[in-house]
Design a protein around this ligand. Structure first.
Ligand SMILES: [Mn+2]
Length: 327
């Protein structure tokens, strides 16, 4: 990866204009890496366009991030020397920008998803990184960036959210070392924690109550799941973005091996968020349905009813369990 990191640094040094983008439905890691990269390039005198490939709607618990107001709609980005994609496993995760890839001569693909399709002209991939923000941190260090407290805050936010507050299996000693550096550079852990995790609306707690009440446990597969209907949003006044952290509450169940939340989209499809607490690779399960993700955290969109989707996942957990006991 170090060679790719150096190539990326060289391209960025030479570039005068850069479009910076992330996956659609962005999470803390995507937003943190987008904002830190953008801030650095802007300070370095580049013309930048921070964006992503769908209507820009910032999840409530990230609206406080420094620089968040500078994100613009992709239609407002003019041509650029370089496109940087962050935390994006494949072209499809780019939304509208997927069809426009050909207009960029250089595409720097910076990511930590194990199934990354290497769609960049330069692929800066580290599957051991707990967050894309860790890789961005290393790139900024290599470029001798002056990492200010805003950039430290943006990067720390990405790391703390993608590692489940430094508790998931992707948390390494390197993750903690980078986080410690970021604290030295001005990131404030308690401030960020309160903004991200203790900043929920009453409406979203009402929605959480429904999710917990509906939760079901499937004993023979260890699947613990719940769901959110489109009508729940209207009835509680919460938004789907508010529900991003609900899965952490289900994870707390000691019996659970795999945790799932099914979210009905406005188009009537089901978006499943999956988490694994043990050996089951939910990234592999998601990929069999056209989704993607990591071993312990993944997502897939299914054209199924909730019952069908539960059956679909149970079947795959069983296949996975059988395969690992016979091999
Ligand atoms: Mn990530």
């Amino acid at each position: 990866m170090n060679k790719a990191l150096e190539e990326a640094a060289k391209e960025l040094n030479e570039a005068t204009s850069v479009v910076i983008t992330i996956h659609t439905q962005p999470d803390g890691d995507a937003l943190g890496s987008l904002l830190a990269m953008s801030r650095y390039l802007k300070k370095a005198g580049k013309r930048i366009c921070p964006t992503w490939g769908e209507e820009i709607r910032i999840p409530t618990h990230y609206r406080w991030l420094p620089g968040i107001d500078e994100i613009v709609d992709f239609s407002r980005c003019n041509g650029a020397d370089v496109l940087i994609t962050l935390d994006c496993a494949n072209e499809h995760r780019l939304g509208l920008i997927e069809e426009r890839l050909a207009q960029f001569k250089t595409i720097i693909n910076i990511d930590h998803h194990i199934d990354n399709s290497r769609f960049g002209t330069i692929n800066v991939l580290d599957f051991k990184a707990g967050a894309t923000c860790e890789i961005v941190y290393r790139l900024l260090r290599l470029m001798r960036a002056d990492i200010d407290s805003d950039m430290a805050t943006q990067l720390y936010t990405g790391i703390v959210t993608d590692t489940g507050r430094f508790q998931y299996q992707n948390t390494t000693s390197e993750t903690l070392r980078i986080a410690a550096d970021l604290v030295d550079l001005g990131a404030m852990p308690n401030f960020i924690f309160e903004k991200v995790y203790e900043n929920v609306s009453f409406a979203s707690l009402t929605l959480l109550a429904r999710v917990l009440e509906r939760a079901e446990f499937v004993k023979n597969t260890g699947l613990f799941y719940s769901y959110i209907l489109d009508s729940d949003l209207k009835e509680t006044g919460a938004s789907m973005a508010d529900s991003e952290i609900f899965i952490d509450y289900l994870r707390a169940a000691k019996e659970a091996e795999v945790v799932a939340i099914f979210k009905e989209t406005s188009e009537g499809r089901l978006r499943a968020s999956l988490r694994s607490k043990g050996t089951i690779d939910v990234g592999a399960i998601a990929r069999t349905g056209g989704g993607g993700g990591h071993r312990n955290a993944a997502g897939v969109t299914l054209d199924k009813t909730i019952d069908e989707a539960v059956g679909w996942i149970n079947e795959r957990i069983n296949t996975y369990k059988t395969a690992s006991t016979t091999s």
